[in-house]
Design a protein around this ligand. Structure first.
Ligand SMILES: [Zn+2]
Length: 223
């Protein structure tokens, strides 16, 4: 079930109270419109009726898509520093819903449990799945790409994310966390994923740095 709570929040621009349907959980299998709204970045974004400023609330909810076998604990981008705590919370929430002895245990086979931070982190997992890309291999491919680029403009408000893909290429780019604007886009041959897949020993150490129990992200090696 998708759950929302009607709440009042203050407009970040003018401070006026704004009525808002705040999300607690999304069941994307039953509400494909919500998944589409996440992907087109309109979800949880609305204009202030007083000043007209459009704003988006930081995410803190559970995203479930049974047909696509995705369970995502979505946390505010600002909570990235506490990723260890949120990774375990996500694991615990997944085990409660789908672990042995739970009501959902029979559905658990093949389910992917992930902890993500911010709208950009969530979007990337949805885009990767849409294009049949393994998210751990994607993170390794991103690190390999950063190495080649020699780009060290890493920062808490900049994220290197998959934004699209074709049969031949991965489209990755630098995104600004709060504005969600893209600042530099690059295409990388999709072959890099096969290369990583073909050399498990060479990538084992880095793989251990980017993938944990639920938080699979190059930034776990950096933050
Ligand atoms: Zn306002």
């Amino acid at each position: 079930m998708s759950v929302f709570t009607k709440t009042t929040m203050n407009c970040p621009a003018c401070g006026s109270p704004v009525s808002f349907d705040l999300v607690h959980s999304v069941n994307a299998g039953r509400r494909p419109d919500l998944r589409a709204a996440i992907l087109d970045r309109s979800f949880q974004r609305q204009p202030c009726p007083s000043c007209g400023t459009t704003f988006r609330v930081e995410p803190a909810f559970t995203y479930l898509d049974l047909p696509r076998k995705q369970f995502l604990g979505v946390w505010p981008a600002s909570s990235l520093g506490e990723w260890k705590v949120h990774e375990e919370h996500t694991r615990a929430a997944f085990d409660k819903a789908f672990g042995p002895g739970s009501d959902g245990a029979s559905l658990a086979k093949g389910m992917m449990a992930r902890c993500v931070f911010g709208w950009l982190g969530l979007n990337e997992k949805l885009i990767a799945h849409e294009h049949g890309i393994d998210d751990t291999e994607l993170e390794l491919a991103k690190l390999a790409t950063l190495r080649v680029m020699g780009d060290v403009k890493l920062g808490r408000n900049r994220e290197f994310r998959l934004v699209g893909a074709s049969d031949e290429e991965l489209i990755v780019g630098w995104l600004h966390t709060s504005s969600e604007e893209i600042d530099g886009e690059f295409s990388v041959p999709r072959q890099i994923l096969s290369d990583i897949d073909a050399a498990p020993d060479a990538w084992a150490a880095l793989r251990a740095h980017v993938a944990g129990s639920t938080f699979v992200d190059y930034r776990r090696a950096l933050v």
